[in-house]
Structures are given as C-alpha cells and as structure tokens.
Design a protein around this ligand. Structure first.
Ligand SMILES: Nc1ncnc2c1ncn2[C@@H]1O[C@H](COP(=O)(O)OP(=O)(O)O)[C@@H](O)[C@H]1O
Ligand SMILES: [Mg+2]
Length: 289
C-alpha cells in the first residue's frame, strides 16, 4: 500500500516550552485510509497536525510525504491537501457564501460548495454573516472549507467537536464517502464514538508520545477479557455465567447451557474504546503498550 506519510522519530519543541512537545513519534499513514490520532487535551495532536501540514517546520526527525521529504515540497503541496483547523477559520463579517467564494479562489481545483453547504444543513444560512453563526454552524462551514480544493489528503482536527448527533452523523457520513473516493484522511479527536465509526488505524498520544498503530477492533480485543458472558433463564430467573473464550466450542458446560436454557444475552468481553482511551492516556496508569 502506498504510504502518504512516513513519520520517523519526530520531535518538536515550541520556542518557549520547557519540555519537548512531541517526543520521538513514529507512524505511517496509508493511502485511502482514515488514520486517527487520539489523545487527551494538550497531548500534542494539533501540534502534530500542524507539522504534517507544514505550518511548523522546525522539527527533528524525518517526515516523508509520498516518499519524499516533506521539506522539499513548496506551496503546491496545499493544492492537494485540505485542512480543517480546530478553531474554525473564517471572515466573520462576510457571509458563508462569500467566505467559500474567497477561499475557493485560492485553489486550482474547484468543487460545488453550494451542494456541500446544503449537505451540511447550511442551506438557509448561505447568505448570513458568519458572525451570526452558532458554534456548530461554524464547525460545519469549517468542514466545507477544508473540502474546497477537492483534496487528495484531508486533515481534520476534532471535526465533530461541538456538533449535535444529527449534524455529527452527516459529517461522519461525508468523511466515509470521501474515503470511498480513495482519499486519505487524518483525524485528531478525543471522541471515541467517531473513532469507532471512522478510523481504520489509530495511535494514542499522551504527553507528546504515541503508542503503536492498531485498528480499533484489535485494540478492543487486546484490551478486553477473553471471555463470553451468558445470561439465561433458569426456573424463571435470570442467571449469569462466564466462560473462557479458549476452546469455547468444546466446553461441555457452555454447550449444555446453550442447549438447556433460554438464552437472554450473549456478550464477548471486548472492552470499549472509552475504557482503552482512559487506560492508555489516563494519568493514574502507566502506559501499558
Ligand atoms: N503556539 C504554542 N506555543 C507554545 N506552546 C504551545 C503552543 N500550542 C500548543 N502548545 C502546547 O503544546 C502542547 C500540545 O498542544 P496541542 O498540540 O494543541 O495539544 P492537543 O491538540 O492534543 O490538545 C500543550 O502543552 C500546549 O499548551
Ligand atoms: Mg488540539
């Protein structure tokens, strides 16, 4: 698979910071996938994104973009890259439409941004000044702005933060459609629901350091309990029994329970991404990976 980014031993320190902000971070982002950089506030996610989009250049380590040193790219890099910043970037005194017209004029590639504005439920606000927008409306406009050049690689910093579930779903559906079109998407987030629905590979960042990349599914299995819990009706009352996953199909007790009783629920012991997030990035735990 083509690697869009190959990041090796990336280190970065803000000019006045006492400690390194990004500490020897390595990961690859493969073309056509959604890559999630996860972690609590202050971990260094936005900083990492800013380095990858060439806004911060004074880093150590190597970053290859499509196999070539990121530093060797000039401004044309931005023709194929879309960026949704954490803080929406707009001209408040202009309308949504005027903003999109302006930002669109900066790129060679064009998209039908009216259609995109409609898709994110901003149809009625197209001619409204952005200063009158709610936070959620700004977040959606920010998302459309990131798509104005029909980017091949899309960066989204906390793309659904501040959105109600309906609008968050619209954005997530659009992100999945962009992936279907072959685009590569780099997302930073602390919202595990987004990760579950979107990400192919994730890394967790804590105080500038990261874990190895893994899929959400593998993480849930790895951190979960290797067991199955059955709840069944026994003489009219619900009874619970836990079985080891190993050799489950040959476990006579498990098979007998399945045969004899009316099963109410069956659950395998994979853990939630929320629990994994807390386990890996929480302060009271040593990093376990
Ligand atoms: N412009 C800056 N100058 C100095 N320190 C910064 C700057 N931006 C962020 N930081 C610090 O760098 C660390 C990582 O921040 P950030 O990358 O924004 O984290 P995240 O996006 O994971 O919340 C934090 O301690 C933050 O205070
Ligand atoms: Mg951030």
């Amino acid at each position: 698979m083509t690697k869009v980014f190959e990041v090796q031993n990336l280190c970065f320190t803000y000019p006045k910071a006492k400690t390194q902000t990004i500490q020897s971070v390595s990961f690859n982002v493969e073309e056509g996938t959604i890559f999630g950089l996860l972690g609590p506030s202050g971990a260094g996610k936005s900083t990492t994104q800013k380095i990858l989009i060439k806004l911060l250049s004074d880093y150590e380590g190597t970053i290859l973009y499509y196999g070539k040193d990121l530093n060797s790219y000039d401004k044309s890099f931005y023709e194929n890259v879309g960026v949704g910043f954490e803080m929406p970037v707009h001209f408040n005194k202009l309308t949504a439409l005027e903003n999109m017209k302006y930002f669109s004029s900066l790129y060679r590639n064009k998209v039908d941004y009216i259609a995109l504005l409609k898709r994110v439920n901003l149809e009625d606000a197209i001619n409204q000044e952005v200063s009158q927008f709610s936070k959620g409306m700004k977040v959606r406009l920010n998302f459309v702005r990131a798509l104005l050049n029909d980017p091949k690689v899309l960066f989204l910093d906390e793309p659904t933060n501040g959105l109600d579930p309906t609008n968050a779903r619209i954005i997530k559906d659009m992100i999945l459609e962009l992936k279907q079109q072959g685009k590569t998407i780099f997302i930073t987030t602390h919202l595990m629901g987004d990760v579950e629905q979107l990400c192919d590979k994730v890394i967790f960042m804590k105080k500038g350091q990261v874990t190895n990349a893994s899929s959400p599914r593998d993480l849930k299995i790895q951190y979960g309990k290797q067991e199955v819990t059955l709840e069944y009706l026994n003489n009219g009352s619900t009874t619970k029994k836990i079985f080891d996953l190993a050799d489950l199909g040959k476990n006579p007790d498990f098979l007998a329970t399945l045969n004899q009783y009316q099963i109410e629920t069956i659950h395998s012991g994979e853990t939630s991404l929320e629990e994994i997030f807390i386990k890996i990035t929480g302060d009271n735990h040593e990093e376990s990976r």
